[in-house]
Design a protein around this ligand. Structure first.
Ligand code: ATP
Ligand code: MG
Length: 410
């Protein structure tokens, strides 16, 4: 007789807990409506003012946005552009847009193709059958300039009044031909469409380079987005409270997630992520409440994950070495350890795994290297009378996090 399945009708394998009522609201990548954007009123107004003329069929201004990660740059740009599109529609103005994340499309050809592809997708239903059949956006085989020509043809064909292009993470883009041609397409007589450009970068150092790379016509508006404070992060999370079933969130969850994210550079992405992960953990535990404990656990998991990424590319011996320092830190008094002490434990661990330990010199060099990775730090300490100075090392993370990450990176 065939094996009986252990599932019966009473078990729903697709069951989800009663924690979320609208998960989408707390997923990364979700672009909420403008009314859920908190604490960026000034920035929203400025981007709005730059795009404003386009809504009436006049030329919009270029905007360049800088700011640290998770400060709402992508979000504000996308939300305001979406809103502009709706408003233009009510004015009978045809405003199209493309959002190109240059970290996904780093070459001029790829970024230009993505722009063409998005425009095509957005307007394909309104194109003549003939144009539709004639327009091909091949994946390879044509150059960056050809993709741009396709874009200009589509804009002309459809008679688009304004085209807003968001070039996100523009510092990742390999050249500036796309930016240049966007800023000159109209004056060079290629199109009648007004072009609006929003450039975004989280590298403030990039500012100088961008200034050198593009002409001053592009520097209409420059905005810098500041990190959020705890109050703003709290408001951002409050605004998405309805992602959760009513009553499941403990009162302390939002303040705690906000406070911890504020401490960590005021990054809203981290705050929203923590919020979501805390809910997922509660769901996995079949708990009917999300508590502060879930928030702490979510943050811990995120730290382990980040650390795991860092160590997973290291050689097995580097991992053993890290494990040795973590074990020493966990079990001994004090946190600074001499090279010799770390080497002893490392050697024993290596031998236990039947792998030839590296030489003392090699390990001593590695430890110096590790301090460069930001995982440990080293310090010269003077020995007692007659002893020379020696090097001591200290782990910069919690040993439990290092050990969990090492276990998972195996
Ligand atoms: N003012 C805000 N109101 C509501 N949600 C926000 C706000 N700012 C950011 N968020 C949320 O935080 C996350 C990160 O925001 P965003 O992607 O805009 O950051 P960014 O500044 O573009 O960061 P990066 O430089 O890393 O790309 C998104 O999920 C977004 O929905
Ligand atoms: Mg972004």
């Amino acid at each position: 007789m065939a094996d009986q399945s252990s599932f019966d009708d009473s078990e729903d394998i697709f069951q989800v807990g009663g924690i979320f009522s609208n998960r989408e609201l707390v997923r990364v990548g979700h672009v909420p409506e403008l009314d859920r954007v908190v604490g960026r009123d000034e920035e929203v107004r400025e981007v709005g003012a730059a795009l404003g003329p386009a809504i009436q069929g006049d030329p919009p201004e270029t905007t360049i946005i800088y700011g640290k990660t998770g400060t709402g740059k992508s979000l504000v740009s996308r939300c305001v552009t979406r809103e502009a599109r709706r408003r233009a529609e009510t004015n009978d103005v045809d405003l199209q847009h493309a959002y190109v994340d240059c970290s996904d499309y780093q070459t001029e050809a790829k970024a230009s193709r993505e722009m063409a592809r998005q425009l095509y997708d957005n307007i394909v239903d309104e194109l003549d059958e003939e144009v539709k059949n004639d327009t091909k956006i091949p994946r390879v085989g044509i150059g960056a300039a050809d993709y741009r020509d396709i874009t200009w043809e589509l804009l002309e064909e459809k008679g688009v009044d304004s085209f807003v292009v968001i070039l996100d993470e523009i510092d990742k883009l390999s050249g500036d031909a796309l930016l240049r041609s966007l800023s000159r397409a109209r004056e060079s007589g290629k199109i009648d469409t007004h072009i609006g450009i929003i450039c975004i970068s989280n590298k403030i150092e990039y500012r100088k380079r961008l200034n050198e790379r593009v002409d001053s016509s592009l520097q209409d508006n420059e905005l810098v987005f500041d990190p959020y404070d705890a109050e703003q992060l709290r408001a951002i999370l409050e605004n998405r409270r309805d992602a959760f079933v009513e009553g499941v969130l403990d009162e302390s969850v939002i303040p705690r997630a906000a406070a911890l994210a504020a401490r960590e550079h005021g990054d809203a992405r981290k705050a929203v992520d923590t919020f979501y992960e805390a809910g997922r953990l509660a769901e996995k535990e079949n708990s009917d409440k999300v508590t502060e404990r879930h928030v702490d656990k979510a943050i811990r998991r995120a730290e382990v994950n980040r650390f795991e990424k860092l160590v997973s590319g290291q050689t097995p011996h580097v991992k053993l070495l890290l494990r040795s320092i973590a074990l020493l830190t966990q079990s001994e008094d004090g946190e600074w350890f001499r090279t010799a002490k770390i080497y002893d434990l490392y050697k024993r661990l290596a031998e236990k795994e039947a792998s030839d330990p590296l030489s003392y010199d090699r390990v001593s060099r590695l430890l110096k290297e590790q301090s460069f990775l930001g995982i440990t730090e080293s310090e010269h300490t003077g020995g007692g009378k007659g002893e020379g100075s020696y090097l001591e090392h200290r782990l910069l993370r919690e040993p439990e996090i290092v050990l969990s990450a090492l276990d998972e990176a195996e």
